[in-house]
Write a protein that binds this ligand. Structure first.
Ligand code: GAL
Length: 779
C-alpha cells in the first residue's frame, strides 16, 4: 500500500522514540531549547486528600506510575456508577497526581513551561504549592509557565488535581486522569512563543509553491537585533529552502516575523502520497543560537466547490469519512499510538479517507498520524455551547461562556500546521436556539476567532435538524463556510439543490443504503462522515457498555457493514458472504457456515457484498448460478438448502475473476491461532502489538459459536496491557489476563518492557491446544 511509506513511519516512530529516550534526565539542559517528556514516575491517588498541592505533602504511599494514564478504565463496570450510560458505567471521581523533579542550578535564568496535551478533567495544577491554573475542558492542551515558581538546584513538586466527580458529564466515555503526554519545555530569554510557528502554503502547483512562515518571537532579554532563520527540509532530510529575516526587538517585545519562500517542484501532500516537509526555525541574537524548533507541515491546496464538492491539489475527491470518539477500546482514553495506527490501516483498507474528531480535539500524535498516513480531518471543538444535552447534565454547557474563547484558541493554535486538517467544526448538534440574534452571534464569534487565528480552514457546524431549527431559511446557513448537517441526508441534498451556491457536507451520517445512495448520487455533497468508524465506550444502555455504531467493533473485528461499506467505498476488488443466522432468513447476519441450530436450519439466505460486476456462488463445488451486482447497491441475494461443507463466492469484473470468499463448516474448536499486528516492537509506551486470537478446528476453520475463557500470559521482556473481545455487553475487566471469546475471537494488547530481547505471548483455554507467539524487541 502506498500510504505505508517507509519514511513516514520511520519518522513517526523516531519522533516518538526521541521524545521518549530523553525521559528522566532533567539535568541535561545544554541546548537552547529542551523539550523533555514529563511522563515518567508520577504518584497517583484516587482520592482527594487535604493539602496534596503542597510541596511538603507526603505522597510516599501513593501508587507510582507513568502517564498517559486513565484510571477510569481500570475500574469495574457497575450499573450504579454515576457516569451512567454516557460513561459506559465506569467509575469517576477525584484523583491526584504528583511528581518531584529537579532542575540544575545552572538553569537559573532559563524560561520553563509545562505542557499537558489533555487533562481529564476540571484540572487544577500546582507547582510547589502555587496554583498555576484551573481548566474545565479535558480535551485541550494546557501550558503553564513555571519559571518564577521554580527552585533551581532543589526539588520541585508538580501536583495535579482532576475532578470528575460531577456526573454525568459527557454523552460518551471520557476517561479520567493525565491521559495524554506531558512535556517540560526549557528556553532562553529570546524564544519562539508556544505554538508560535504557523506555516501555510498560499499558492500551490505541481511546478512551485509559496510557503509562508509566521514566527512569533518574544524577547525578554535586552533590546537586540533578532534574526529568524527558516530552513525547509523535505522528507529525505534535504534542505530545499533557507531564508533569514532580522529586526530589532525591544525588551519584552513580541513580534511576528513573516517570510514567504518559494519551493520548486514541491512534493504535494495527498492521500496516497502524504509527503511531509519540516520547517526548522532558528532564532539568533548576536551570533548566538537562542532557540530552535521543528514544525512538520505539508504542501497542498484544497477548496470546496458548491457544485462538485471537495478538491485537493485540483483533484475532485469525495470525502468518505467516519466520526471517531477518542477512546481506544480496552485501553480507555490513554491510547498507545500503535492502536490508532492499526485502526487507521483497517479504515483505509475499506476505503475511508476522512476522520471527524467527534466531538472534541484529539491528541497531537493522533493528528500527526493522520498527516503521515494520509487522512483528511474535521477538527471539532465542542458538543455543546450553552444549551445542555441529555445524559450530560454536568457537561461543557456550564463552561462555554467562560472558556470557549481560550479553548478555541488553544485548539486552533496547537493544530493549525497539520496538513490533514481541512475544516474546523465549532459544534455538534448544538441545541442553542439558532433562530435568534444570540444564536447568530454565538456562531459568528467562534467563526471569526478561528478565521483570525487560521485564515486557511473553512468553518462549519454539524447542524441538528436544520429545517426544524429554521437555519436553512433564516440566513444562518449563509454564515457558514461549509454547511454541515447531521443525518436526514435527503434534506441536505434538497438544500443543496435549492441553494446552488452553498457548499455542503454531511457531518454525521447513518450506515444505511438510503444514506449511501444520497452520497453516491449527489456530487454537490462533498462527503459523508459515518457514525462511527469504530465502536466506542459509553452511549449505551446497561447491560451494554458500548453501542453497535461502528464499522468495526471495539477490538477491531469486522461486522457485516464493514464489508458492505468496502463494497461501496473501496476500489480494491472484494467479495464477502454473509448468511442470516437462522432458518428461512431469520436473525442477524453472520459470516460462517456453521449454524448453531443444525437440526432446524435448512434454508439458508445469503447476502453477498461485492464491488465486482457479478458473483457466482458454489455450494460444495456445485454452481448455484451467477448474479449481477444490483444498481441500487443492495447485496446480491441467494437462497439454498444448507448442507455442511463449503460455500464459495467468486466475483468477476469484465469476465475476469477478481475476488473469492469461501466459508466452511467448522467442527468443534481444538486449537488457538494467534496473529499479532506486529511481531517486532520497540520499548516505548506508544508501541504495542494487538494479538488477535481465534478458536479454530483441526483444519484451521474458525469455530464461531463458542464463548471460551482464555488465559493470557506474557513471559520475557514484555507485558500484557489489556484484553478484549469486542462484546458490547461484557462486564469483564480489560485490565486482567483472562477473557472469554466472542464469536470465537478475542485480542490481547502487549508491549515490550526492555530495550532488547523478546517476549512470548501464551494463550491457553480448557480443551484447547495452547498457542504461543514470539515478539522480538528492536531499536
Ligand atoms: C448523534 C450525535 C452523536 C451520537 C449519535 C448516536 O445525533 O451527534 O454524538 O450521539 O447521535 O446515534
Amino acid at each position: 500500500m502506498k500510504y505505508f511509506k517507509g519514511f513516514a513511519f520511520t519518522a513517526l516512530w523516531l519522533m516518538v522514540l526521541s521524545f521518549w529516550s530523553c525521559e528522566t534526565k532533567v539535568e541535561d539542559l545544554a541546548d537552547s531549547r529542551v523539550v523533555q517528556s514529563f511522563n515518567k514516575d508520577w504518584r497517583f491517588v484516587q482520592d482527594d486528600p487535604e493539602g496534596a498541592e503542597g510541596a511538603r505533602f507526603s505522597d510516599s504511599d501513593w501508587r507510582m506510575l507513568d502517564v498517559p494514564h486513565d484510571w477510569s478504565i481500570e475500574g469495574e463496570f457497575n450499573r450504579d456508577n454515576p457516569t451512567a450510560r454516557g460513561g459506559g458505567y465506569l467509575p469517576a471521581g477525584i484523583g491526584w497526581y504528583r511528581k518531584s523533579f529537579t532542575l540544575p542550578k545552572s538553569a537559573e535564568g532559563r524560561k520553563v513551561w509545562i505542557n499537558f496535551d489533555g487533562l481529564m478533567a476540571n484540572s487544577d495544577v500546582y507547582i510547589n504549592g502555587h496554583h498555576l491554573g484551573h481548566r474545565p475542558y479535558g480535551y485541550v492542551d494546557i501550558t503553564y509557565e513555571l519559571t518564577e515558581h521554580l527552585q533551581f538546584g532543589k526539588e520541585n513538586v508538580m501536583a495535579v488535581r482532576l475532578d470528575n466527580s460531577k456526573q454525568p458529564a459527557s454523552r460518551w466515555y471520557t476517561g479520567a486522569g493525565i491521559y495524554r503526554n506531558v512535556k517540560l519545555i526549557v528556553k532562553e530569554d529570546t524564544y519562539v512563543d508556544n505554538n508560535g510557528v504557523f506555516v501555510t502554503t498560499p499558492q500551490v502547483s505541481e511546478e512551485s509553491a509559496v510557503v509562508n512562515v509566521k514566527t512569533d518571537v518574544v524577547n525578554t532579554g535586552v533590546a537586540s537585533e533578532v534574526m529568524v532563520k527558516s530552513l525547509v527540509k523535505n522528507a529525505d532530510g534535504q534542505l530545499v529552502l533557507a531564508d533569514s529575516v532580522s529586526r530589532q526587538l525591544e525588551q519584552n517585545e513580541k513580534y511576528t516575523f513573516d517570510q514567504s519562500l518559494q519551493v520548486e517542484s514541491p512534493r504535494l501532500w495527498s492521500l496516497d502520497s502524504p509527503e511531509m516537509y519540516v520547517n526548522e526555525t532558528e532564532v539568533w541574537v548576536n551570533g548566538e543560537k537562542k532557540d530552535h524548533l521543528s514544525t512538520p507541515f505539508g504542501i497542498r491546496s484544497f477548496h470546496f466547490d458548491a457544485a462538485t464538492g471537495f478538491h485537493l491539489n485540483g483533484e475532485n475527491i469525495r470525502l468518505k469519512g467516519v466520526c471517531l470518539h477518542h477512546d481506544g477500546g480496552a485501553v480507555g482514553a490513554a491510547v498507545p499510538l500503535a492502536i490508532w495506527e492499526e485502526r487507521f490501516k483497517q479504515l483505509k483498507e475499506i476505503g475511508i479517507n476522512a476522520i471527524r474528531t467527534a466531538h472534541n480535539p484529539f491528541a497531537t500524535e493522533f493528528l500527526d498520524l493522520c498527516d503521515q498516513m494520509g487522512f483528511f480531518v474535521m477538527n471539532e471543538t465542542f458538543d455543546t455551547w450553552r444549551a445542555s444535552k441529555n445524559n450530560a447534565d454536568h457537561g461543557y454547557q456550564h463552561h462555554f461562556d467562560d472558556w470557549w474563547e481560550e479553548d478555541t484558541r488553544a485548539i486552533v493554535l496547537r493544530d493549525r500546521n497539520h496538513p490533514s486538517i481541512f475544516i474546523i467544526s465549532v459544534g455538534n448538534e448544538i441545541r442553542d436556539n439558532l433562530n435568534n440574534e444570540q444564536g447568530f452571534e454565538t456562531y459568528k464569534m467562534q467563526h471569526n476567532l478561528i478565521h483570525r487565528l487560521d485564515g486557511t480552514r473553512p468553518v462549519t457546524l454539524a447542524l441538528f435538524r436544520p429545517n426544524q431549527a429554521h437555519v436553512y431559511q433564516n440566513g444562518f446557513a449563509e454564515l457558514m463556510d461549509v454547511v454541515g448537517q447531521n443525518y436526514r441526508e435527503n434534506e441536505l441534498a434538497q438544500a443543496s439543490i435549492d441553494n446552488p451556491d452553498w457548499k455542503v457536507m454531511g457531518t454525521e451520517n447513518g450506515h444505511t443504503r438510503q444514506a449511501f445512495l444520497v452520497w453516491r448520487d449527489n456530487p454537490s455533497i462533498a462527503g459523508h462522515f459515518l457514525w462511527t468508524g469504530i465502536d466506542y465506550l459509553g452511549e449505551a444502555d446497561w447491560p451494554e457498555v458500548s453501542h453497535d455504531y461502528g464499522l468495526f467493533d471495539r477490538a477491531g473485528f469486522t461486522k457485516p457493514r464493514t464489508w458492505e461499506r468496502m463494497s461501496w467505498w473501496s476500489e480494491t476488488p472484494m467479495v464477502r458472504i454473509y448468511r442470516r443466522e437462522h432458518h428461512l432468513g431469520q436473525g442477524g447476519l453472520v459470516d460462517d457456515w456453521t449454524p448453531t441450530d443444525f437440526d432446524t436450519y435448512d434454508e439458508a439466505h445469503l447476502e453477498i457484498y461485492t464491488n465486482a460486476d457479478e458473483v457466482e456462488v458454489f455450494h460444495n463445488g456445485e454452481s448455484l448460478g451467477t448474479k449481477k451486482r444490483p444498481e441500487d447497491a443492495s447485496p446480491i441475494r441467494f437462497r439454498l438448502t444448507f448442507q455442511p461443507g463449503s460455500i464459495e463466492a467468486v466475483a468477476r469484473t469484465n469476465g475476469e475473476e477478481v475476488a473469492v470468499h469461501e466459508l466452511k463448516t467448522a467442527k468443534g474448536p481444538s486449537q488457538i491461532v494467534l496473529s499479532p499486528t506486529k511481531t517486532s516492537l520497540v520499548n516505548n509506551w506508544d508501541d504495542v502489538s494487538i494479538v488477535r486470537v481465534k478458536l479454530v478446528d483441526e483444519e484451521g476453520i474458525l469455530s464461531p459459536n463458542l464463548a471460551k475463557k482464555l488465559t493470557f500470559e506474557v513471559t520475557g521482556n514484555g507485558e500484557l496491557v489489556a484484553v478484549d473481545n469486542g462484546a458490547r455487553d461484557s462486564h469483564e475487566s480489560f485490565v486482567t489476563n483472562e477473557r472469554r471469546t466472542a464469536r470465537g475471537q478475542a485480542i490481547a494488547i502487549v508491549r515490550a518492557t526492555a530495550d532488547e530481547g523478546s517476549f512470548q505471548v501464551n494463550v491457553t483455554g480448557e480443551g484447547l491446544t495452547p498457542a504461543s507467539v514470539e515478539i522480538t524487541i528492536g531499536q
